[in-house]
Structure formats: structure tokens, C-alpha cells
Design a protein around this ligand. Structure first.
Ligand code: TYD
Length: 132
């Protein structure tokens, strides 16, 4: 779907466990912020917005959750459930996240620092944004 991409994250594994590595050339933006969702109740609903400019890369570091994506033309649901697979979400994509497993952690690498004015939190405004 336009506006999203699943990117494999290389891992280095041996009997002591695994290392997942994200290096700058694997994602198409400079990281300006890192945040993570944790202590999320199973019935929580997150997201419910798009961004005008922000690009993000989501990784299920632990557990799993569903990401519902909508670029104004197509909709898709992606279950993120492995730390060696990340989801790139570009600007102009409406996302909703739910079905968090117990103890799940979602790491987010973001292209910009937090800016509330970059959010589109109203669905009708999102439709106008992607159609305009
Ligand atoms: P929001 O991005 O709406 O959360 P989600 O998409 O995961 O449901 O953010 C929830 C609240 O947290 C909102 O009041 C803004 C605040 N927030 C920050 O202050 N800084 C940040 O980097 C993020 C992501 C959110």
C-alpha cells in the first residue's frame, strides 16, 4: 500500500540471544525522536490520527499489536509481532493501533520531534488532506 512499507531488520543471533540492528541507510529519514509505548492495556486503542509531515518506523520490540492503516484510497491491517520486522509509515496515512498483547512494547523511530500541529486528528480533515 502506498505510504507504508514493511522492512526486515537484520539480527545477529547466537546461543546468548539476538541483537536487532537498525542503521541509518535502512530507513529513509534522519531520526530526530525515539519513543515507545508500554504498559498498554489489552483493550486500549491508540493512534486515530495521521501526520502532515512526520514519517515513523514502528517495531514490536516485545509482544504484538494490530496496526490499521488507511492512505485515503486503501486500507490494510498489519499485525506487528516480531522485533525483526518494522513498519514504515509515511505522512498522510491514518493509523489506529489495537489488540495489544500483554507486556507488548512498541518502539517508534520518528523523523521529527513532537509537534502537535503536525497531527491530523479529525478524520474528515484527513480525507481533505489526502484528496487535496
Ligand atoms: P499520541 O501521539 O496521540 O499517542 P498515540 O498515537 O500513541 O495514541 O500522543 C498521546 C499524548 O502523548 C498526546 O497528549 C501527546 C503526547 N506525546 C508527547 O508529548 N510527545 C510525544 O513524542 C508523543 C508521541 C506523544
Amino acid at each position: 500500500m502506498k505510504g507504508i512499507e514493511l522492512i526486515k531488520i537484520p539480527k545477529v543471533s547466537d546461543i546468548r540471544g539476538s541483537i536487532g540492528v537498525v542503521e541509518k541507510d535502512m530507513i529513509p529519514f534522519k531520526i530526530n525522536r525515539v519513543y515507545y509505548l508500554y504498559d498498554v492495556p489489552h483493550d486500549a486503542y491508540r493512534g486515530g490520527h495521521a501526520h502532515k509531515n512526520l514519517t515513523q518506523f514502528l517495531i514490536a520490540l516485545s509482544g504484538s499489536f494490530d496496526v490499521h492503516l488507511n492512505n485515503g484510497k486503501e486500507k490494510i491491517k498489519i499485525n506487528l509481532n516480531k522485533p525483526n520486522k518494522g513498519l514504515l509509515i509515511k505522512s498522510g496515512v491514518w493509523r489506529e493501533i489495537d489488540n495489544f498483547s500483554s507486556g507488548s512494547v512498541c518502539l517508534v523511530l520518528a523523523s521529527e520531534v513532537y509537534d502537535e500541529s503536525d497531527y491530523i486528528r479529525d478524520y474528515d480533515s484527513f480525507k481533505l488532506f489526502v484528496e487535496g
